[in-house]
Ligand binder design. Structure first.
Ligand code: PMV
Length: 318
């Protein structure tokens, strides 16, 4: 049996890092997607180790450090396909940019593998397998990336079993994503923030409470389609991310340039210490903001993205 899974990348709009300690966060799936094709091989013909190929790294076994199982192989094993399976993963989501490429690829793989093995989707099993892979990439993931990619649309995330879809006019929103080209390391950033939290609990608990208030106000702003307030809240959130130590000089300069050229708001997205900046600008100002940023910084790339309301989709393949 052959199946194909397809899952979107994501952007954390507000609340990254704070979410690791249970503060709600807002994320949305984007119109850059990853897909995985899985074929269960006839056991008589092939009963060996899984063969997993990716368009970025080739056969994944080749990028294994000795003795360590690749997270994609862990996904297949958890789905019950430890042997006799072939998978091919393709992604349009730039890796290491804070756009959820690892979660989307793991989820697409888990979804396709589940369908190829059982002829149906067991959502709990798919989620469990994808979250396990995320642990490898992220260290201590909150699960926000995987849930956003699974469900699709705008998500108010409180936990893996506690999230809601924000039904709003937000599909009209466009964000400029600026990939600084400085690689982020999620697990390192998460550990850094948790260590600061543990050393400065009294101060940090107040910063985290401010983050909670901010999300409340942002939910109202999104529901009212008040994008000027949303932009302002992005800037406040950026201030909090700076306070907890995950901003970086290039991001601060890009954000200042974006705001000075007319953007409503901007902030880093995801783990920080590298990765991407997201900018919210009105449609007619997008070109001006992009030009201002591109003329001053040697960025790796930029994308203008919008919400993709579709989460994980899976279908049989002939
Ligand atoms: O590294 P990213 O962009 O996928 O995002 C990590 C988000 C954190 O809040 C820092 C960690 C988490 O798992 O929620």
């Amino acid at each position: 049996m052959k199946a194909i899974g397809d899952a979107p990348g994501k952007i954390i709009l507000l609340g990254e890092h704070f979410v690791v300690k249970g503060i709600p966060a807002i994320a949305f799936s984007i119109n850059l997607r990853a897909n995985a094709e899985v074929k269960v091989l006839n056991s008589g013909r092939h009963n060996g180790k899984p063969k997993v190929y990716t368009d970025l790294y080739g056969r994944v076994e080749k990028c294994l450090s000795r003795g360590k199982i690749h997270p994609y192989c862990t996904v297949l094993k958890l789905i019950g396909l430890a042997k006799g399976v072939m998978a091919r993963i393709r992604s349009r989501i730039p890796p290491c940019a804070g756009l959820g490429s690892s979660s989307a690829t793991s989820l697409a793989l888990a979804g396709a593998a589940c369908y190829a093995r059982m002829g149906r989707i067991d959502k709990e099993l798919v989620l469990k397998a994808a979250l396990e892979a995320d642990k490898y990439f992220h260290g201590k993931p909150s699960g926000i990336d995987t849930i956003t990619s699974l469900v699709g649309g705008f998500i108010l995330f409180r936990g893996i079993n506690d999230y809601e879809k924000l039904n709003s006019g937000s599909t009209e929103l466009r964000f400029i994503v600026v990939d600084t080209g400085l690689p982020k390391k999620t697990s390192k950033a998460v550990m850094k923030v948790l260590s600061l939290y543990n050393r400065r609990k009294r101060i940090m608990s107040k910063v985290y409470e401010a983050a909670r208030e901010l999300i409340d106000e942002a939910v109202h702003a999104i529901k009212r389609r008040d994008y000027a307030s949303l932009g302002e809240l992005m800037l406040v959130n950026q201030g909090l991310l700076n306070t907890i130590g995950v901003s970086f000089p290039e991001a601060e300069s890009i954000i200042a340039t974006a705001v000075n050229s007319g953007a409503l708001g901007a902030k880093i997205t995801g783990a920080g210490l590298g990765g991407s900046v997201i900018i919210l600008a009105e449609e007619e100002k997008i070109n001006r903001v992009v030009e201002a940023v591109r003329s001053r910084f040697s960025i790796k790339s930029y994308y203008v993205v919008k919400t993709d309301p579709r989460g994980l989709t899976v279908k049989a393949r002939d």
